[in-house]
Design a protein around this ligand. Structure first.
Ligand code: CA
Length: 234
């Protein structure tokens, strides 16, 4: 059963999301505040695959709920709802740990496409087999089966998206990879958002793996094209 928690204080939007996701075969629980979202989550009555979380909520805001839920659950898909009027640069910084975001207003088809894509990713357990499921590159040891990344034997925690990005790079070392290809591969063919989501996640991954994220040595930017996992510099 595909289970989703919706946290949105505006009744009309919450109902809109609920109806559309139920139509697509999801089991939906909906709450109107961050406090209720945390409570529902902690009660553990449902095994949620995805949480759709509005940023602007009356009590504690969506960012705080995101932080608390992500701290306890690495495998949950988290989609943030943002308003067009919000300054996206600021919002992106606060959304660390979210898998995707949807700007209001959005259409039913956009909503379900984004949720379906995240659902596929969250429930995807099989990865491409490699030798012993381990890929080594420089100081990194990446296990595709246990989904762990070690750098100099220290664990680096990755979100789903970061894990997939890392796998794409490590499977194609020294190859320039087109940004749109990465977008399709991770977010799916029907993804409606723009490819900036790739840049946002690459930036986050760099913060975790690079010695100096402002001068990346592993993930190189290929201007106007995409990215490359660079093995030559180390
Ligand atoms: Ca709201």
């Amino acid at each position: 059963m595909k289970q989703i928690l919706i946290c949105e204080d505006e009744d009309a939007i919450r109902e809109f999301i609920k109806i559309n996701l139920e139509r697509s075969g999801y089991f939906v629980v909906d709450v109107g505040s961050g406090e209720d979202a945390l409570k529902t989550f902690e009660e553990g009555e449902h095994n949620f695959d995805i949480i759709i979380l509005d940023v602007m909520l009356p009590g504690i805001d969506g960012f705080e709920v995101l932080k608390q839920i992500r701290a306890k659950n690495k495998n949950l898909g988290i989609i943030m709802l943002t308003a067009k009027t919000q300054e996206m640069d600021k919002v992106r910084g606060l959304m660390t740990g979210a898998d995707d975001y949807i700007s209001k207003p959005f259409s039913p088809s956009e909503l379900t496409a984004r949720v379906d894509a995240i659902y596929r990713r969250v429930t995807m357990t099989e990865t491409k087999p490699t030798e012993n499921n381990i890929i080594r590159s420089g100081p990194f040891k990446f296990n595709t089966k246990t989904r762990t990344l070690l750098k100099n034997d220290k664990t680096i925690e990755l979100t789903h998206v970061e894990f997939q990005l890392m796998q794409i790079f490590l499977e194609k070392p020294n190859v320039s990879i087109e940004k749109i290809w990465i977008l399709r591969k991770i977010w799916g063919e029907e993804y409606f958002g723009d490819s900036k989501i790739v840049d946002v996640n690459v930036r986050r991954l760099r913060m975790k793996i690079e010695e100096d994220p402002s001068k990346p040595g592993y993930i190189q930017t290929i201007w106007g094209y995409g990215y490359k996992w660079d093995l030559d510099t180390h």
